[in-house]
Structures are given as C-alpha cells and as structure tokens.
Design a protein. Structure first.
Length: 224
C-alpha cells in the first residue's frame, strides 16, 4: 500500500490528519510524504491544471495526471498521503459546473489507482450543513464571504437558487451527499470516520488503525 487519500468537507481536519500521518510514518522509519490540496506543484493537479477547471476536457486531463502519478509511485516504496485530491479538486469542480459525467470520471479514476491498493479516509460530520456553519464561524467573515461569493456564481448555484451564506451551507451539504454516494460505490478500501471538534487525536488513531487493517476492509468509525 503506497497511497492514502483523505477526503472531507472544509474544516474536517484533512490537512491536520495528512501532516500527522506523514510525521508518524517517518518516526516509524517509513518513507512518507504528504501533499497539500492547494500546492502549486501538486503531482496531480497543480495550479496550472486547476486554472483550466472550466474547460470541457478538464476531467480527462485530471485522469491523465492521476495516471502519471500512479505510474511514478508504483515503483516507489514511499507512502504518499494526499488530502482533498480525489474529490475537492476534481469532483467538486465538476459538480459546480453541473457536469453529468461524474460517475464515469470517478469509475475511471478508481481503475487507475486500484493497482496501488489505496486507502480512503473519509472524514464526515454527522450534519454537513451544521458543520459548514461552524466552519464559517471559525474561519471568519472574510473567508465566508469569499467562498459564498465564489459558489454563488457557479452554474450549480444558479440552477438550484443558492445565494449568499445560506446557499454556501446548502452547497456543502449537497456536496457531502454526492461524496457519500461515490464512496458507497467504491470497491477500494474506505474508512468513514465521524468527526467532531476537538477529537483530532482520536481521528488519528482511527486512521492509523484503518491503514494497518486487513486490505479492502470497509468500515465506519464513530466515537463512543
């Protein structure tokens, strides 16, 4: 297993988990590296590719990026940890544009990565819309206005009448349900962890346990 993919809504702790998993792997003597979703030199979707997210061939170019990445890491023993790369920078952009080929894209995406035996860690709050409101309060008014204004201009928002901050919260809730459906259809190993504020150590422990568990096990982890 050479690949861990961490997914979830903004504010679920993807970046924190990726960084801590990488540090823990290095402490245990395992070569490891992690990639920030927004990294300009991201190995799959650098800024130069994301700038073309409105183009018709954006999904195919993303798949080409994943194929190059898979070919490169197949012969490498390094543990690669990517956060927000499977959904946020691809599926979410496709959803914003009302694209109807998301299922086809995601099936091809899984086929490309399956030889690497990846592990999906899916950080999922119980109530996505409530989580979105809490994240907005935590990140502040500037972040909230910026994201809400961006989402309001998307074809998806126009189609569904999503406006302002309330529209942003509804968008993230709908996006979470789309992610739920895609995760449910995966044949790759998926661990869904129900996240709550202040439980980063527990999430880390659950993620480590999932990575070390039997191949292709699917489970859901909720804090007692």
């Amino acid at each position: 297993m050479r690949l861990v993919l961490i997914e979830g809504l903004p504010g679920t702790g993807k970046t924190t988990l990726a960084e801590r998993l990488c540090a823990l792997a290095l402490q245990e003597g395992c070569a490891s590296r992690w990639y920030l979703e927004e990294a300009a030199d991201h190995p799959v979707h650098p800024h130069s590719l994301n700038a073309a997210r409105l183009e018709a061939d954006y999904p195919s170019r993303c798949l080409q990026g994943w194929q190059r990445f898979a070919d490169e890491v197949r012969s490498d023993s390094t543990l690669n940890i990517l956060e927000g790369s499977a959904f946020q920078s691809t599926v979410r952009f496709m959803m914003e544009q009302n694209r109807t080929d998301i299922d086809d894209y995601f099936g091809r995406f899984e086929g490309i990565l399956s030889p690497l035996r990846p592990v999906f860690i899916y950080l999922r709050p119980e109530d996505a819309e409530r989580h979105s409101r809490a994240t907005a309060a935590h990140r502040g008014s500037d972040w909230t206005r910026k994201v809400a204004a961006y989402l309001e201009q998307t074809p998806y928002a126009h189609r569904h009448g999503l406006r302002g901050e309330s529209g942003m919260h509804r968008f993230w809730a709908n996006y979470a349900h789309l992610c739920d459906e895609l995760m449910h259809g995966l044949t790759t190993r998926v661990t869904r962890i129900t996240v709550e504020p202040g439980h980063d150590d527990w999430v880390l422990a659950e993620a480590v346990d999932a990575i070390q568990s039997e191949p292709y096990a699917t489970c859901e982890r909720n804090r007692e």
